[in-house]
Design a protein around this ligand. Structure first.
Ligand code: G3P
Ligand code: CA
Length: 242
């Protein structure tokens, strides 16, 4: 499917084909020509921003425990690839810095903050990758969205939500968001209309079939977060026109 009006955003990298939230998944998304890559950010016990979806390492590594109770060194000992396929054995949980090294300049980095991050820490990691102007930061936590918007105003920020309610657009605008990212299951034309009429962009997660992607495009959704970044051929977009 070719759709120049929708941007594909690789969900945790090309997570259908490589272990999610690893450099292997980011590289694969970029190899497939995906214009944007989403990843999840958490903090280790020693305060290093790393990329992992779950609160624990149990599902996606050969270890166990909460990431917030493990150090960066503890994480380096874990295999974050074999669970997906033996050919990914030895793949590590990347730091945010390592992830940006793989993505920035090649695709739009889309950071979902699963936990609050000091703005100065985020800035110091983004800046060397020239990503302060281009990266997009998302969160389900309104306080995180507001803090990033306040402290790092060059970044685009988006409010994630599992459910729609009529005050959501107003809420997103009040937080300084320019983007609302909704579970695709709750998106219908009136919802899309309400978001777009408020002057916000609308993205959806997680879209893994072409029919749903086409329906999203027809409703005015401008980005789909997908495990299969080859699902649609989307035009390369600059972050400013996301
Ligand atoms: O960032 C959008 C989407 O990734 C949110 O859901 O659970 O995959 O982080 P989740
Ligand atoms: Ca996410």
């Amino acid at each position: 499917m070719s759709n120049a009006s929708i941007m594909a955003i690789a969900h945790r990298g090309a997570s259908a084909y490589a272990p999610e939230n690893t450099v292997a998944a980011f590289d694969e998304a970029i190899r497939l020509g995906c214009p944007a890559v989403e990843l999840d950010v958490r903090l280790t016990s020693d305060g290093i921003p790393v990329v992992l979806h779950d609160e624990t390492v149990n599902r996606t590594t050969n270890g166990s425990g909460r990431v917030s109770e493990l150090s960066r060194l503890d994480l380096l000992r874990l295999d974050a690839g074999s669970w997906k396929h033996p050919r990914f054995a030895g793949t590590r949980i990347p730091t945010l810095d390592e992830s940006l090294h793989a993505i920035a300049g090649l695709a739009l980095p889309v950071l979902e903050l699963k936990v609050p991050l000091e703005s100065s820490v985020l800035r110091d990691i983004l800046e060397p990758h020239d990503a302060l102007a281009d990266a997009v930061v998302l969160s389900f936590e309104p306080a995180i969205v507001a803090a990033v918007r306040r402290d790092l105003p060059s970044l685009r920020v988006g409010l994630l939500a599992e459910k729609w309610h009529t005050s959501l657009s107003r809420h997103a605008l009040d937080l300084g968001a320019s983007l609302v990212v909704l579970d695709v299951g709750v998106v219908a034309q009136p919802v899309a209309d309400a978001v777009l009429q408020a002057g916000l962009r609308l993205w959806c997660y997680t879209v893994n079939d072409v029919g749903t992607a086409a329906a999203c495009g027809a409703m005015g959704v401008s980005g789909i977060i997908t495990d299969k970044p080859d699902l649609i051929r989307s035009r390369k977009r600059h972050a400013r026109s996301m």
